[in-house]
Write a protein that binds this ligand. Sequence first.
Ligand code: AMP
Ligand code: FES
Ligand code: ZN
Ligand code: ZN
Length: 328
Amino acid sequence: MKCSVCGAPAQVEVRRRNRAFCVEHYREWFVRETRRNVKRHRMIRPQDRLLAAVSGGKDSLVLWSVLSQLGYEAVGLHIQLGIGDYSRRALETTRAFAAAHGLDLIVVDVRESFGLTIPELARATGRAACSGCGLSKRYLMNRVAEDEGFNVVATGHNLDDEAATLLGNVSHWQLDALMRQGPMLAERPGLARRIKPLYTFTEREVAAYAFLAGISYQHEECPHAEGAKSLLYKELLNRLETRMPGTKQVFLEQYLKKVQPALRDHSVEAEVELRRCERCGSVTTGAVCAHCKLWDRAYARAKKRHLLPPDAGFDPRPKLHFLTRSEP
Ligand code: AMP
Ligand code: FES
Ligand code: ZN
Ligand code: ZN
């Protein structure tokens, strides 16, 4: 197989596009496609201040790297979840990447900020770790963005993530989630714009880019992800993709192009009014936001079980560590 651009021996095949590339042209194609995604959805505008949510995995490190190659200055945000060695290695990888590339990084430790790690939060609430984890991550991304003056939060979600989420939402006809899902969630007062510039690349394509660009990332998955429904949806979509290359892309893109606009046109629900949470001041729909409710409940239960001192109270203000380029 030959590179579709220069005719040299190809190293990567993108079957769904009927194209193959040598190393140099694959990297070029990847960066160009990312720029197209950003432009097509007007994800980033000249005055924007960007925060890149970086876990230490391939998607977010590739995202951070490609954004800087495109000339966008994004400060990284790493959330330390306290999931044993997995989280320690995630932080090490992220720090090493930031230092090697001269990028600014903000680190927030969930336990230092809120008093419990994600596994301890799960034990206290009796809910799966992933649900509290997802809620705290979303809260922190938005909260840090608002407090530190960033109006855009970029995440590394790829095509596999987005197609799997769509399949999950369709299987349960989650209309609210279906209407919101997409590569960009508009900015509203108190809510940063959320963008996913890598949403058209498969996981394999992102991994290939990371490998060819020499980006070392954390390969291990979160131990709590095992058995997660999202993995089952990904597996099913991969089986379809093997038999019918392009399935994931068509499934997601055609949904966004043809179905979502119709859904939105026929929606009878008025846009919900937003207000400020009485506990933490973040934007929410009720009197108290879901994050404060979850942590208040966790505190009450953790105190009963003597995991926290009786006078402990949940303080929703995150504690930030700024690791700047000059002090790696
Ligand atoms: P996941 O929910 O693990 O599939 O991650 C989706 C995206 O969320 C990643 O590509 C990152 O941009 C972001 N993200 C996940 N975990 C973290 C973390 N611990 N710290 C910062 N960002 C994260
Ligand atoms: Fe959040 Fe696994 S529970 S990353
Ligand atoms: Zn080539
Ligand atoms: Zn709150």
